[in-house]
Design a protein around this ligand. Structure first.
Ligand SMILES: Cc1cc2nc3c(=O)[nH]c(=O)nc-3n(C[C@H](O)[C@H](O)[C@H](O)COP(=O)(O)OP(=O)(O)OC[C@H]3O[C@@H](n4cnc5c(N)ncnc54)[C@H](O)[C@@H]3O)c2cc1C
Length: 383
């Protein structure tokens, strides 16, 4: 990042915003800020806009509706977001992304540009420039919604730029209810959402099928298996280097040896119906692994740069609050920019004052959860 020349105060007359990252918080922010009257360009590195793992996530449709100004329960113009409701609402990641994208695409003051990895940010003029591998984009305000390996965070918080590996990972899979072995009834399980063994934790819930199906028998079963022993696997594949999470271990990288390990562990650890669900998913090779990263922010704003979502705070999914907190960031930023009082940098400082507490709290509660999980498994291994 280059800082140069005298810093000029930004005003609300210059209203162009670049959002780096077009995933869930990036798209939600585009919609929220466009509704506040700003001109928004979203730069997403992936050519097809976003990676689609099709996995499950908890969502609060009331919150999504409030943030975007569009009812996630459905309107004549916008179909509702399909959810499966048990004790909470769950859906699949791609359904939320698709819903947000349809809303964003209808707004005149939102431009969605895919295939634009941001590599640098120059802060030497009133029109800040965001540099991608292809070209440069000018903006007055740059929002980092670029996830746990945020590039924008490198410029906002160079003293603490990286999310850190928590020391364990998740195996994740989905299987259509229709593909489960005859006689396996997922709804008959008696867990309260999660199962523990001596060493592992398994969370499973139903999510809508690929076309939004929510009827029993047509849904998808989503499962997440917390494993304290996968660090050597992540290191071998380059998913974790030193203390930094680089990437997930993808489905096509699953070797026969890894599949055997998971099959044997599933047979030894999980009762029915989970055992059949996991073995069925492994048969279909529909399993991948995510190293857990965590980030407790020291700052969220620097000049005209601001962080939201996983760029701002990264937590283990067990907190169930990553997306929720990201949407709270979006709403806070939207309200502050909408109010248009003072200059823009002062407004961003207000955002930081409001959001740094919740962001730190999430990161710290994640660290605590991880410490407890690893301590528990260490103790049990020693018995
Ligand atoms: C298994 C699992 C279950 C979860 N369950 C829940 C839950 O139940 N409830 C909950 O609230 N949260 C949950 N979470 C957390 C939630 O998924 C995340 O907090 C949320 O999706 C983060 O969204 P994001 O848009 O901030 O970041 P991301 O989804 O990481 O998106 C970042 C985007 O930025 C793009 N990008 C990155 N770098 C660049 C660049 N240089 N240039 C341009 N684009 C870039 C990426 O391609 C991506 O599209 C779960 C997470 C996991 C892994």
């Amino acid at each position: 990042m280059k800082y140069g020349g005298a810093e000029k105060k930004m005003s609300y007359h210059s209203r162009s915003v670049i959002i780096v990252g077009g995933s869930l918080t990036g798209l939600a922010a585009a919609i929220r800020l466009a509704r506040a009257g700003l001109d928004v360009t979203v730069l997403e590195r992936n050519p097809d806009f976003s990676p689609n793992f099709g996995t499950g996530i908890g969502v609060d449709r009331k919150q999504l509706s409030a943030v975007t100004g569009v009812s996630a329960f459905g309107t004549p113009d916008h179909p509702g977001l399909p959810v499966v409701t048990r004790r909470w609402e769950s859906t699949n990641w791609s359904a939320i992304h698709y819903w947000l994208r349809r809303v964003a695409e209808k707004l005149d003051n939102v431009r969605l540009i895919a295939g634009q990895p941001v590599t640098d940010i120059h802060l030497d003029e009133v029109n800040r420039r965001v540099v991608t591998t292809d070209r440069q984009y000018a903006a007055n305000l740059v929002i980092g919604a670029d996830g746990y390996r945020s590039v924008v965070r490198q410029f906002v918080a160079p003293e603490s730029p990286d999310a850190v590996y928590a020391g364990y990972g998740l195996w994740r899979g989905t299987i259509a209810e229709a593909d489960m072995p005859v006689g396996v009834n997922f709804d008959r399980r008696r867990d309260k959402g999660s199962l523990w063994t001596d060493r592992y934790r398994l969370v499973s819930y139903a999510i809508p099928g690929p076309n939004g199906e929510v009827a029993t028998g047509q849904r998808t079963i989503n499962w997440v298996w917390y494993d304290p022993d996968c660090t050597p696997i992540f290191e071998m594949f380059g998913c974790v280097e030193d203390t930094i999470v680089k990437r997930s271990l993808l489905r096509h990288e699953l070797t026969q040896a890894l599949i055997h390990r998971l099959e044997n562990l599933a047979k030894a650890n999980w009762p029915e119906p989970w055992k059949s669900v996991i073995l069925g998913t492994l048969d279909r090779r529909n399993v991948f692994a995510t190293p857990i990263a965590e980030y407790v922010p020291v700052r969220l704003v620097r000049g005209p740069l601001v962080l939201i979502g996983d760029a701002a705070h990264v937590a283990v999914p067990a907190t169930g609050a990553g997306l929720y907190t990201g949407l709270e960031d979006v709403e806070a930023l939207g309200r502050i920019l909408e109010a248009r009082s003072g200059d823009l940098e002062a407004a961003l400082k207000r955002y930081e004052r409001v959001r740094i507490g919740p962001a730190q709290k999430l990161g710290l509660s994640s660290r605590q959860w991880s410490e407890d999980f690893l301590a528990r498994t260490d103790q049990l291994a020693a018995v």
